[in-house]
Design a binder for this molecule. Sequence first.
Ligand SMILES: *Cc1c(COP(=O)(O)O)cnc(C)c1O
Length: 438
Amino acid sequence: MQTIFETTQDWLNFDRDHLWHPYTSMNKPLPCYPVVAAQGAYLKLADGSSLIDGMSSWWSAIHGYNHPKLNAAVSEQIGKMSHVMFGGIAHQPAAELGARLVSITPAPLKHVFFADSGSIAIEVALKMALQYWQSTGRSQKTKFLTVRGGYHGDPFSCMSVGDPENGQHGLFPHAIAEQIFVSRPKSSFDGPWDPSDIDEFEAAISKNNNGVAAVILEPIVQGAGGMHFYHPEFLKQVRELCDHYEVLLILDEIATGFGRTGKMFACEHAEVIPDILCIGKALTGGMMTLAATLATSKVAMGISQGKVPALMHGPTFMANPLACAVSCASIDVLLDTGLDCQYSDGWQKNIERISFQLNKLLAAKDHQSVEDVRILGAIGVVEMAAAVDVAKIQALFVERGVWIRPFGKLVYVMPPYIITDAQLKELCGSIVEVIGEL
Ligand SMILES: *Cc1c(COP(=O)(O)O)cnc(C)c1O
C-alpha cells in the first residue's frame, strides 16, 4: 500500500474528520488510539507501546492476533482464489467449513447458509422462519417474540427484535416492525431458578402463537444488551413452549459460540436445540467477516415444499473462500489438543483456567461504585452503579497497558483464549485499580 500521509498524526486527523467509528458522532468523536500491529494477546500502538487485549476485537479474535495457522490458511487460499461467486459455483473451502459446522453444532442442524456478517445471519434466520410458515400454509405467522435486553445487530430487521429501549426503537418509530416483547428472565445463571420467571413468556406465546413465526433469543448470555447471564431452565422451558405452540426457536450464538461460555455453544448449558442457529464473530477467529445460519431439515425442507421453494437470499460475498478457509483453520485450532496448542489439555480446560483466574482477580464486588461482578466462562463483567465516562476510563486503562472498552455501566472483558495467567493478572488488576480511582 502506498502511503499518502507523512505522520501518524496526519492520518489520525483524516480519520477524525472523515471516518465514522461505531456509534460515534462526526463532530464530537471519542478519541481513537492508533493501532499499527497486533500479536498474540497484544495490540501495538503507533508510539511503540503495547496493550493487553481484553476485548478479542468484540468476541472475535479468540486465538489472539497473527496466529501462524490462521495466517497460513489465508495465504494458502489467496494463492488459489480469494473470491468467486457462490451462485452456480461450488468450492471446497465452503464444503470443508460446512462439514465442520454440521459436526460441531447439535446434530439436527444440518443445513448451512453462509452470510457476510452476523446481522445478515439474523436477517436470514428471520426470513427462513417467515418463509417456513408461508411454505407450510400458515402465512399468518409473521411476528417474532423475544425478551427485553436483547441485541441482534443494527439493521432494521435486527433492531426490531433488539431491546426496545436501548435498541433505537424510539429513534425510528415508523421504520421498525412491531414485535412482541416480554421481560427478560431474572434468575441468574448459577442462582436458584424462580419458576415465575417463565410466566410472562408463557402468557405471551399462548395468547399470540397463531401470529408468531419464531422466538428469537441470545442463549444464556445477553451481550450488547447488558451482559446479563440467565438461568438455563428459562431456555429449556422456552423450547418446550415453542414445541407445544408450534413456534420456531431461533438462537443467536453470534457472541457466545465457539467456546466463550465454557460450552462450544451456549445452548448446550440448557441442552436445548434450536430450529435455526446463527453464528458469526469468532467463526473466522476474528480474521475477517463471515457468519452462518444453520437450520434443521424440518425448516429447510419445509421452506422447499412451498410455492417459492428457494430460500430468497444471496449476498455477493456469500461463502467467501478466504473466510471459509480461515474459519476451518480457526475451528481446527480450537479443537486441536495436539502439539502446537499452548494449553494442550483442550479448549474446555483452557476456558476453565481463564474463568478461574477471572473469578480470583476481578475482586471488585465490595467497592462502593460497583453494583455486581459476574463471570461465565471466559467473560468477566463488572457492572458499575452508574454509567462510566468512556473517554476518561479508557485513557486510564491505556496508561496501564490494557485495552478495555466499557459501555454504559459495564466494564467487561472477554480476552483471547491464548491469554496467559500473567496477562490476565495485569488485565484484571488494571480494572480493580481504575475502579478504585473513580
Ligand atoms: C455482534 C452481534 C450481532 C451482529 O453481528 P455483526 O457481525 O456485527 O453484524 C448479532 N447478534 C449478536 C448476539 C451479536 O453479538
